[in-house]
Ligand binder design. Structure first.
Ligand code: NZQ
Ligand code: ZN
Length: 385
């Protein structure tokens, strides 16, 4: 096991009815002004907004609403939120939504207390914020696991970059699977696949030998696959929904990454595809993963063979490479089985998208079992068409 330091400061309230039971009491710890942040309106339609407003009002809080946070949140939206938080001296940001709302608020929390532009600070000066407006997250759609880490993914439209930015980590997070029952089913599956992707991108990192993180990871991957299959038969089954909700947090709360350098090459490609097309995150990953892995499995044959056997239950073939490839094909078959897109066309990517620019602006990751070139990423994107 490599050396590591581990801490996760987010207190998790998991399960049905948690907000009603605990949020009011929690709010007493914070000052009078709460910024209630959410997306395009699903929380108004499903009653979650009303429930939270009732609790905030009962606690006598002054509520500042920050709404309209879009999927794949933009840097301009972050700046709008930061201005609002600053002007109103916000004491707590309550992010109610999925990864997009949570990510946007993580950066709002930091930017509101900074005198400089956080993008330039992190990307150019490589310094990171240390002061934050406290943040709490109420998850309404599962998959990203954003609620238990400090990373945010923000689209800078002018720069045509969708990049990781570091911001606040939530003090607390509510994960109530009931809040996600109104999520359109394709998004449920997209989110669950994002979870599987996070687990894979960690598993295929380095080192790829014997370690506890990977043993736990295999259990997470098997659980995600099993519970997606349950939901394919019974869309609203609470047990499967709740297992997937916890798996999504587990895949991104750092536990699986202990002692590892993660891969995340697929995410880097998908993020840039998103920067150019605003595509859905989990569905974009579904298109890219099998194609990318067909390029990589020979370089990481032992690890891909273990993935085939321990995650997909495939019996060893004549040689390691054959077993490895069978694992990649099992993943591809699963993506078809659960109705995710398998090509850029199915994903709805316009045919005239500048895939060369997408490839050239993609980060190359250190944890990938073979470092790719931008030319190879371009070939991968062409094969995705
Ligand atoms: O905006 P509203 O109206 O709320 O609708 C949202 C949105 O359209 C809807 N939704 C959310 N909760 C709902 C609901 N609809 C009905 N009922 C509910 N209860 O779902 C749609 C998608 O929401 P979004 O937050 O965009 O989805 P997701 O959680 O998948 O987040 C995606 C973003 O997170 C980033 C992605 O790149 C993308 O920008 N990621 C963040 C990560 C992190 N911070 O750790 C890791 C991931 O790899 C990922 O990159
Ligand atoms: Zn992801």
């Amino acid at each position: 096991m490599n050396n590591f330091i581990f801490e996760n400061k987010t207190k998790v309230y998991f399960g049905r009815g948690g907000v009603k039971e605990y949020l009011g009491c929690l709010l007493k710890k914070y000052g009078p002004t709460v910024m209630l942040a959410y997306g395009g309106g699903s929380v108004k339609r499903n009653g979650v907004h009303d429930e939270i407003m009732g609790i905030l009002n009962a606690q006598g809080k002054t509520v500042v609403e920050f709404s309209g946070i879009m999927p794949n949140p933009t840097y301009a939206k972050v700046q709008e939120g930061a201005r609002l938080a600053r002007e109103n001296n916000v004491d707590l940001i309550l992010a109610v939504g999925g990864g997009s709302v949570s990510d946007c608020c993580k950066i709002v929390s930091a930017q509101a207390l900074l005198d400089e532009d956080i993008w330039e600070m992190e990307m150019t000066k490589h310094t990171f914020p240390s002061r934050f407006i406290p943040l709490g997250v109420i998850v309404t759609v599962f998959g990203t696991g954003s609620e238990m880490n400090a990373g945010a993914v923000i689209t800078h439209e002018e720069k045509r970059l969708k990049s990781g930015v570091f911001g606040a980590q939530a003090d607390f997070a509510f994960l109530d699977p009931d809040y996600s029952l109104s999520v359109p089913f394709p998004q449920v599956i997209s989110g669950a696949f994002d979870t599987l992707s996070h687990a894979m991108e960690t598993y295929f990192g380095k080192p790829d030998e014997n370690n506890l993180s990977d043993d736990i990871n295999e259990a997470v991957m098997r659980s995600v696959i099993r519970n997606i299959r349950v939901l394919m038969r019974d869309h609203d089954q609470y047990e499967a929904r709740s297992e997937l909700a916890w798996a999504s947090a587990m895949a991104e709360n750092g536990v699986l990454k202990i002692g590892k350098i993660t891969d995340f090459q697929c995410h880097q490609i998908e993020h840039q595809l998103g920067a150019y097309t605003n595509c859905n995150h989990g569905r974009g990953l579904a298109v890219i993963h099998p194609v990318l892995y067909r390029h990589l499995y020979q370089a990481g044959a032992a690890r891909f063979a273990r993935f085939a056997q321990n995650v997909w239950g495939i019996a060893p073939k004549g040689c390691e490479e054959a077993t490895a490839l069978a694992g990649v094909e099992a993943l591809a078959a699963f993506i078809r089985e659960i109705g995710l897109p398998t090509t850029l066309t199915e994903l709805g990517i316009p045919g005239d998208t500048d895939l060369r620019a997408v490839a050239d602006s993609t980060n190359l990751t250190a944890g990938c079992c073979r470092k790719l070139t931008h030319e190879e990423i371009y070939q991968i994107l062409l094969e995705c068409q």
